[in-house]
Design a protein around this ligand. Structure first.
Ligand code: GTB
Length: 215
């Protein structure tokens, strides 16, 4: 059964692969699972048909027969559970990789998103500089220990896993800032992940959607 995911009809990220369908596409490419994509406008995301799949009217969703999921982390955990290639077989190693999936979404992503949101909504305030310095430090408090734990290794727990996939997806949101460059081990980690053929296929697929939408 070919799963169907949803994505933006016209992504506001300009085809940079920052919308969260990208991480789901990447996971599907890593395990070699063919998939279909249903593209949605912002208006369609808030209509009953989509709200039945996603209570918050967002993308991505994932449908596989009778099963419908939302939340990119849950979708990737499901894909990784059904296919080899994204989680180790050994139970303890598998639990550690899942640990990193949650760390990416619950511990590393929130300060990165808060910093990004502040740039959109508070940039015109006279206190923005001081707030940004504080938000930068909160991000550093995650990047420093992450870089230390990664050490000289290629991936967080031996072989590439869904933990790395989500962690890199989260770190990519810092690419426009100088913050990530303060941690050469992390820039190399992101570059290593982006060099994976599965990442390149997923990136090209979402980019093609953006290019078609901007014609
Ligand atoms: N926790 C959910 C998950 O991980 O699946 C979050 C899903 C989510 O935030 N979806 C966003 C969405 O549907 C798209 S990815 N937003 C529309 C809405 O809420 O009405 C977030 C995103 C949006 C835009 C950019 N960008 O332009 O760079 C990057 C990321």
């Amino acid at each position: 059964m070919t799963p169907v995911i949803t994505a933006f009809e016209a992504s506001p990220d300009g085809g940079r692969g920052l919308a969260r369908d990208m991480r789901v596409r990447w996971a599907l490419e890593e395990v070699g699972q063919v998939y279909d994509v249903r593209l949605l406008s912002f208006a369609q995301m808030k209509e009953p048909a989509h709200l039945a799949l996603h209570p918050f009217g967002q993308i991505p969703t994932y449908e596989e027969g009778e099963l419908a999921l939302f939340e990119s982390g849950a979708i990737i955990l499901h894909i990784a559970g059904r296919h080899a290639g994204l989680l180790p077989v050994d139970a303890a190693a598998r639990a550690r990789a899942i640990n990193w999936m949650f760390a990416a979404l619950n511990t590393v992503e929130p300060p990165i998103l808060e910093r990004e949101m502040s740039g959109y909504t508070e940039r015109d305030k006279d206190w923005y500089g001081a707030r940004l310095a504080m938000l930068d430090d909160r991000v550093r408090a995650r990047l420093g220990p992450l870089a230390a734990r990664l050490g000289p290794g290629d991936w967080l727990e031996g072989a590439f896993s869904a933990g790395d996939l989500l962690m890199v997806s989260v770190l990519q949101r810092l690419k426009g800032s100088a913050l990530l460059d303060e941690y050469p081990a992390l820039t190399a980690y992101v570059a290593r992940a982006e060099a994976r053929p599965a990442f390149k296929r997923a990136f090209a697929a979402q980019r093609a959607v953006f290019e078609r939408s901007s014609r």
